[in-house]
Design a protein around this ligand. Structure first.
Ligand code: PEP
Ligand code: MN
Length: 455
């Protein structure tokens, strides 16, 4: 497509306001608009097939409506930042496996369906607190995720390159392809997922979860004895979501659905707006208000009730359950003080949002060796605080959003089979925020399941 066609796209009156954001403040964007390849990349992305389909997006919104009504629970997990190199069959299946294992435990604990969503197949761009990074007196642009620049600390690698969006698209496509075949091809059979969990509880460090695992086993045997249709349980729905940070990319993958004549951002099922880019009059809120996808917004500890209510007015003017998810990330020390006012404010507005806890981003610390980490106990404490607040206000604690991996990494401190700082030197792999490893992820699922059972 030539430049002229891109201009036409921007001024087309039937564009559903999809380009209004171009006139607004857009934080955290790459500086690539003058790059010689920028226009051709945008036109390539405009003509590539959608990664997800409008019908799937609608189905996910209806699943999230069940969460908003308190009849289902949402589990969202994956890397802080995906990388191109780690989009391998082993790593992707490890992550999906862990997510499915967590979901089985949560389904049993909550006695409810669990909506499963990977932070994957598109999580390639990152907001940063500083534009520049300094190492040994050398200053270069910060790493912003592999869809923007490279992690390697050289001038060439840190330059913002729009061609990386095309690579991001294709890597998302192959990740999604594998995710679809894993979850529909028999890999997700409930009975095998349960068997994998037995491996976890056989570790003496996790013996306190053995009885819950036994209960799940018995429930499965009971279902089998009753003649439950296990063929139907061989497949599962898995949705994907990412932070919709790069507006050039999100806009280029937005398509008008021929059935409904409405715009869908086909880069993923669920798109969220980060804590740093949720300005009420800014570009991200404006753009994502125009698409039909279910939308998340991260809410940090300084969020005011007025901001939350204005976000509802802008992103969910029809008050449609499932449309809007608030992902709170207050920090363990603040959640009990800061969340209640938001929940009460939203309750009095009559809106039905999905409330999710992200117990990771408010609990990040740096250790003297320079690594960014999180203490498992702080993560658990924020989850507890989230449940306590919702319980006391009669609202539904709808879900859990975690940065996790299926690998045996050492990035977060603690857990029953504890990770300590010495392990970071050899087993810290994240290019961005620290993730729960496989065992820590399962442990948090077992703890939340125990909690849900007691409700
Ligand atoms: C993230 O989810 O990786 C992130 C940057 O979160 P937040 O916007 O909540 O800081
Ligand atoms: Mn993160």
């Amino acid at each position: 497509m030539s430049n002229m066609n891109v201009d036409q796209l921007q001024t087309n009156p039937s564009d559903h306001g999809l380009d209004e954001w171009r006139e607004l403040k857009a934080d955290q964007q790459p500086n690539w608009s003058e790059h010689p390849d920028f226009q051709s990349v945008i036109s390539d992305l405009n003509s590539l097939p959608p990664l997800v389909f409008a019908g799937e997006v609608d189905r996910m919104r209806s699943r999230l409506a069940e969460v908003a009504e308190g009849r289902a629970f949402l589990l969202q997990g994956g890397d802080c930042a995906e990388t191109f190199a780690d989009a391998t069959a082993d790593k992707i299946s490890g992550r999906i496996k862990t997510l499915l294992q967590m979901a089985v435990v949560l389904t049993y604990g909550a006695s409810m369906p669990v909506v499963k969503m990977g932070r994957m197949a598109g999580q390639f761009s990152k907001p940063r607190s500083s534009n520049m990074e300094k190492r040994d007196g050398v200053e270069l642009p910060s790493f912003r995720g592999e869809m923007v620049n490279g992690f390697e600390f050289t001038e060439a690698s840190r330059a913002h390159d729009p061609n990386r969006m095309v690579k991001g698209y294709h890597t998302s496509a192959s990740t999604l392809n594998l995710a679809r075949s894993f979850t529909t091809g028999g890999f997700a059979d409930l009975r095998s997922v349960n068997q994998w969990n037995r491996g976890f509880t056989q570790n003496p460090a996790h013996s306190r979860y053995e009885s819950l695992a036994n209960d799940i086993d018995r429930a499965l045997k009971f279902m089998e004895a009753c003649g439950a249709d296990f063929d139907a349980l061989k497949t599962t729905e898995l949705y994907v979501g990412h932070e919709g940070l790069l507006l050039d990319y999100e806009r280029a993958l937005t398509r008008i659905d021929s059935r409904t004549n409405l715009p869908y951002d086909t880069s993923g099922h669920f798109i969220w707006i980060g804590e740093r880019t949720r300005g009420l009059e800014d570009a991200h809120v404006n753009f994502l208000s125009k698409v039909r996808n279910p939308i998340g917004v991260k809410l940090g500890p300084t969020t005011t009730v007025d901001e939350a209510l204005t976000l509802i007015d802008k992103l969910d003017p029809q008050r449609e359950p499932g449309r809007l998810t608030f992902i709170t990330r207050m920090g363990a020390e603040k959640i009990r003080d800061n969340l209640p006012a938001l929940v009460e404010g939203v309750q009095s507005s009559g809106a039905k949002v999905v409330w999710v806890t992200d117990p990771m981003h408010g609990n990040t610390i740096s250790v003297p060796s320079g690594f960014k980490t999180r203490r498992f106990n702080d993560v658990i404490d924020e989850v507890r605080g989230f449940f306590e607040v919702h319980e006391s206000l009669g609202s539904f604690p709808g879900g859990l959003h975690v940065e996790m991996t299926g690998d045996d990494v050492a990035e977060c401190l603690g857990g029953s089979d504890p990770i300590n700082e010495e392990a970071f030197a050899d087993h810290y792999e994240s290019l961005c925020d620290p993730r729960l490893n496989h065992r820590q992820s399962l442990e948090i699922a077992f703890m939340v399941a125990e909690y849900l059972q007691r409700r």
